[in-house]
Design a protein around this ligand. Structure first.
Ligand SMILES: [Mg+2]
Length: 273
């Protein structure tokens, strides 16, 4: 991939030294909005949790499990958005991180398995107009035959990569950046928490995995290096250290793995969500 392709990648416009890719649900927000809908107005927590566990154990693809979750939610789409806007909260330190990223030319790109209209509505409510500076790449929503999305049983999820078992294969976007020529390739970060992040886990220079959640169990099992975060204050601190040259992504990943081995990752495989 050459310089011309770099120009076509929106996050490369300002020739950044670093790009922060992130999951949205349960990572930027405190609750996972799709889990929240499924648990409260869909088929309920127990079935949803079993789907997560089966996805981690490779018994079902993320795409098929997620479609079942979304199919169980039949409320009109506009009511779903309002329900989430009223209930979902932002990580208490994300706004500070985001302001720092804007001031330090570190583009933030959201890579999500959720649906773009919901993510954009939540970001607008939680962050305000600056949210428009964040690129969002997710799945979409479409009307069921003969219906509109804003009527009962009227919508369904439309996957970004319908042929992939991930539904949205996050590695596709990440590889466009990681394959840039050495002299312009930025250092890439990723933050995530769960089963929707499996396609991204191996693709960046430093993976932040949320303490006590499914992504940690997966990384530990698959030997994917990671560093643990509890909230965005620890991510911000680490990014500042790396940007100032006080530590490297390699050192940070190594430290993270040591912390995990010492029991600091809060991981009880399959116990949390
Ligand atoms: Mg998540």
């Amino acid at each position: 991939m050459g310089v011309q392709s770099a120009i076509e990648l929106p996050a490369m416009k300002t020739s950044p030294q670093f790009i922060f890719f992130t999951d949205f649900d349960g990572t930027v927000t405190l609750q996972d909005s799709n889990d929240f809908m499924t648990d409260n107005i869909g088929y309920g927590r127990e079935k949803r949790r079993q789907g997560n566990i089966d996805t981690l154990a490779d018994k079902i693809t993320f795409r098929d499990s997620f479609r079942e979750m979304m199919d169980s939610v039949t409320k009109p789409y506009n009511e779903c958005i309002q329900f989430l806007v009223d209930n979902i909260k932002l990580d208490p330190y994300f706004a500070e991180f985001f302001q720092w990223s804007l001031a330090n030319n570190m583009p933030v790109v959201v890579l999500s398995s959720g649906m773009e209209p919901i993510i954009k509505a939540l970001l607008k409510k939680l962050i305000g107009p600056d949210a428009e500076n964040m690129q969002v790449i997710g799945n979409y929503v479409k009307a069921r035959p003969g219906k509109s999305i804003d009527e009962e049983g009227g919508w369904q999820i439309q996957f970004h990569h319908p042929e992939s078992g991930f539904g949205h294969d996050k590695s596709v976007t990440l590889r466009k950046y990681s394959s840039l020529p050495e002299d312009i390739r930025p250092t890439m970060f990723y933050a995530g928490d769960g089963v929707s992040d499996l396609s991204a886990a191996r693709e960046t220079d430093l993976l932040f995995a949320k303490k006590g959640h499914d992504l940690i169990s997966y990384c530990a099992r698959e030997n994917v290096p990671f560093t643990v975060f509890e909230d965005w204050s620890s991510i911000l601190e680490k990014c500042k250290e790396i940007a100032a040259g006080k530590t490297t992504v390699q050192e940070a990943a190594h430290e993270g793995y040591e912390a995990y081995k010492a029991g600091a990752a809060g991981v009880e495989p399959a116990a949390n969500s």
